[in-house]
Design a protein around this ligand. Structure first.
Ligand SMILES: CC(C)(COP(=O)(O)OP(=O)(O)OC[C@H]1O[C@@H](n2cnc3c(N)ncnc32)[C@H](O)[C@@H]1OP(=O)(O)O)[C@@H](O)C(=O)NCCC(=O)NCCS
Length: 239
């Protein structure tokens, strides 16, 4: 089996990338995924609708953001997408003038669930905004399809990202899921902080309560690799 790292074609690739993204976060299930890519309703049709909406939105996010860079790893024998990565190569401090489009949570209906997600995404961005106020490489999304795990797919993306960061002389930041940590630890990333997102409000609407129950406590780990990659646990001063 040959698993090849390729640049995506934004015109044709987002439907298969979105499908792989869903498959990857459903096995094992990760509750936070609902914040970004909800399935509204039950059954196969609702899931298909969610994947289609996700593909359209990923394409929009990509084409509207000059910092966005997408890659895929393809099984060259079958043409199947084995994994994907969405990078942001920030050549300027991205927190100086946040894009208003990114704050608009169009994928939830107006009401309590949308307000919940807006609050969650704001909380999510705070830790990195505290430490990454400069040009940097940011890994926003990384996934390997369950059938292609532990075959070096994730590592291919990481090798590319670390090389890119070194060429540019940039720090590399990411927010890791529970399942991503072994990959990043194996690549020498240091922990900056364990973070928990849990929006609160005094009088939650029913929609807010429903999504709160679905997402629960969203835990992630802010991780970092300094420019050049030289770091030592216990010695390197974190940003
Ligand atoms: C995290 C993820 C992308 C790893 O992808 P992968 O293609 O299986 O990773 P690789 O095969 O390239 O692993 C490279 C190295 O990372 C480490 N590693 C990766 N997954 C590991 C696991 N489950 N347990 C222990 N070590 C692991 C190992 O050192 C591995 O090298 P080895 O297989 O030679 O021991 C994949 O598990 C995934 O998609 N998870 C669900 C989505 C997700 O949470 N993504 C992370 C977003 S931050």
């Amino acid at each position: 089996m040959t698993l090849e790292l390729q640049v995506i074609d934004p015109e044709t690739d987002f439907p298969s990338l979105a499908r792989c993204l869903f498959d990857s976060h459903e096995d094992p299930p990760q509750r936070f995924f609902h914040v970004f890519f909800p399935i509204h309703g039950e059954g196969d049709k609702a899931r298909e609708d969610a994947i289609n909406e996700g593909a359209t939105r990923l394409k929009l996010w990509h084409t509207q953001d000059p910092a966005s860079y997408w890659q895929k790893v393809v099984d060259t024998k079958t043409g199947r997408v084995a994994g994907g990565a969405m990078w942001k190569i920030y050549r300027e401090n991205p927190f100086q003038s946040p894009s208003p489009d990114e704050d608009e949570v169009t994928w939830f209906p107006n009401g309590g669930s949308r307000t919940f997600v807006e609050c969650a995404l704001e909380e999510y961005s705070i830790p990195r905004a505290r430490v990454a106020q400069k040009p940097h490489v940011y890994l926003f999304v990384l996934f390997t399809h369950p059938e292609y795990r532990r075959k070096g797919v994730g590592q291919q993306f990481m090798d590319w990202g670390m090389k890119k960061a070194d060429q540019l002389g940039y720090d590399f930041f990411l927010e890791s899921t529970f399942y991503g940590r072994p990959l990043y630890e194996a690549n020498g990333f240091l922990y900056i902080e364990e973070c928990i997102v849990h929006p609160e409000t005094e009088n939650p609407e029913d929609d807010w309560k429903k999504i709160d129950e679905k997402v629960g406590l969203w835990t992630f780990w802010l991780m970092w690799r300094p420019a050049g990659g030289q770091s030592k646990e216990g010695k390197t001063i974190r940003p």
